[in-house]
Design a protein around this ligand. Structure first.
Ligand code: CDP
Length: 231
């Protein structure tokens, strides 16, 4: 069973998907972590960004990135060693992950990896192209969105930075929107809402409310589906 959650940067997909997966007893496949892991591996191997665009399948595989589920969450590994979440979310990775994500060989390679990971598992998958390209047959598709300033405030709070200063919020909102433009404007698997995805604007919802809403939609979509995971 597959629950697909797509949406722009900072819409809260990953944290929401993690909580929904926990409630349903599913695995959480954070697809953005895969793009981030490839970006980190390329930067660590000192492969300049200008060369990413011409990557072939062998170059992508040669970065040594793998992934597996551990305790319900996706663990990315480089040369067999787990990559820390903090390293994946570092600013220098965030700044150039969209450049990695528009490389055709990267998307093709990750398409297979994501489908392999979901083959024998019930999953909640979050990303940009999950309902449109990776799992068009998902049992439930949700498109999460929120106003840019709200997304920016959440990002700043998440990083422990003051989210009350207007200038900082505007700067972060501009950064998020620039990434959205790259993600929505690329030729392959651009960010967009699948026609059959439920749109959930979380601007005025609490975190618990948005998780509850998706769990309820998932239960309805999955019929009598899974009950609460034992805690
Ligand atoms: O958490 P945040 O929204 O900041 O980003 P993320 O989900 O970690 O994804 C990082 C980047 O990976 C995005 O900006 C996209 O460029 C790319 N990505 C993608 O192209 N397709 C996906 N299914 C997931 C992520």
């Amino acid at each position: 069973m597959i629950v697909a959650i797509d949406g722009p940067a900072g819409s809260g997909k990953s944290s929401t998907a993690r909580a929904v997966a926990e409630r349903l007893g599913f695995q959480h496949l954070d697809s953005g972590a895969l793009y981030r892991a490839l970006t980190l591996a390329a930067l660590s191997a000192s492969i300049p960004e200008e060369r990413w665009e011409s990557f072939k399948a062998g170059d992508v595989a040669g970065l040594g990135v793998t992934a597996e589920f551990r305790d319900g969450a996706l663990c990315t590994l480089r040369d067999g060693r787990a990559i820390e979440d903090e390293a994946l979310r570092a600013d220098e990775i965030t700044a150039c992950v969209s450049a990695m994500a528009r490389v055709p060989a990267v998307r093709k390679w990750l398409l297979s990896r994501q489908r392999d990971l979901a083959r024998d598992a019930d999953v909640v998958v979050d990303g940009r192209d999950i309902g449109t390209v990776v799992f068009p047959e998902a049992d439930l598709k949700v498109y999460l969105d929120a106003r840019p300033e709200v997304r920016a405030e959440r990002r700043l709070l998440q990083r422990g930075e003051p989210a009350s200063a207007g200038r900082q919020v505007r700067r972060e909102a501009a950064r998020l929107q620039a990434r959205d433009r790259t993600d929505a404007g690329r030729a392959i698997a651009p960010l967009r809402r699948a026609p059959d995805a439920v749109l959930l604007d979380t601007s005025d919802l609490t975190f618990e409310e948005q998780v509850d809403a998706i769990v309820a939609l998932a239960r309805a979509a999955l019929g009598n589906g899974p009950g609460e995971a034992p805690s």
